[in-house]
Design a protein around this ligand. Structure first.
Ligand code: DX5
Ligand code: ZN
Length: 224
């Protein structure tokens, strides 16, 4: 139920293959890949060519987070590069329904991401088209930022909505996830956790991923 998705944004890019194999050996469930375009977010990262390389190094599914606009035209390229799950921002497309359908037509699981200030009502009518909702708990663009506390109430409301609909949609939190705050997110109903700086700044990936998972699982079990 609980999945840990280390974000390679905070990895050592000179040794990217090695870093991916290390977090997988340390217990990562997914590899989170942050794609930024310098337009939708104020930073530039990587494109489909690098995702193809990451795919070759990884054995776990790639959780590809597209922070790009326009986004729809690039989805086939990321699917062909080996993404398993593709998340698009609802703020980055005028045609979210079409974009989500396209992701599934390309053989990938579909995710929809919401910036901190975007209300969850923006995606309530397309929940049947998504496999995962990503609630951003920082303003996207950079690793190493602090968790925005009001996102917790969005996590609770989104989990309630998913349950009311009888859907099996994963709920991912992305940004500022740490060993000492993951429990409150899990208790609020999140079950997938992106962790970039929390993992890659530590000398021992296995210890930190184990602590993240342990704290999340305990809180998930204790939740009403
Ligand atoms: C932010 C990215 C996140 C980020 C997480 O724009 O989408 O995935 O890398 O990094 P930390 O865990 O350091 O906040
Ligand atoms: Zn991300």
């Amino acid at each position: 139920m609980i999945k840990i998705s280390p974000s390679i944004l905070s990895a050592d890019f000179t040794r990217l293959g090695e870093e991916i194999r290390a977090v997988e050996a340390a217990g990562a469930d997914y590899i989170h890949v942050d794609v930024m375009d310098g337009h939708f977010v104020p930073n530039l990262t990587i494109g489909p060519v690098v995702v193809e390389g990451i795919r070759k190094a990884a054995s776990k599914p790639l959780d590809v987070h597209l922070m790009i606009s326009p986004v729809e035209i690039y989805i086939p390229a990321f699917a062909q590069a080996g993404a398993h799950l593709i998340s698009v921002h609802c703020e980055a497309t005028h045609h979210l329904d079409r974009t989500l359908n396209l992701i599934r037509e390309q053989g990938c699981r579909a995710g929809v991401a919401l910036n901190p200030a975007t209300p969850i009502s923006q995606v309530q009518d397309v929940l049947h088209l998504v496999d995962m909702v990503v609630l951003m708990s920082v303003n996207p663009g950079f690793g190493g930022q602090s968790f925005i506390p009001y996102v917790l109430q969005k996590v609770r409301a989104m989990r309630t909505l998913i349950q009311e609909r009888g859907l099996t949609v994963d709920l991912e939190v992305d940004g500022g996830v740490k060993v000492n705050n993951i429990a409150e997110m899990a208790a609020s109903g999140a079950n997938v956790f992106v962790a970039g700086s929390a993992v890659f700044t530590q000398p021992d990936y296995q210890t930190v991923i184990g602590q993240l998972r342990g704290n999340a699982e305990a809180a998930w079990r204790a939740a009403p």
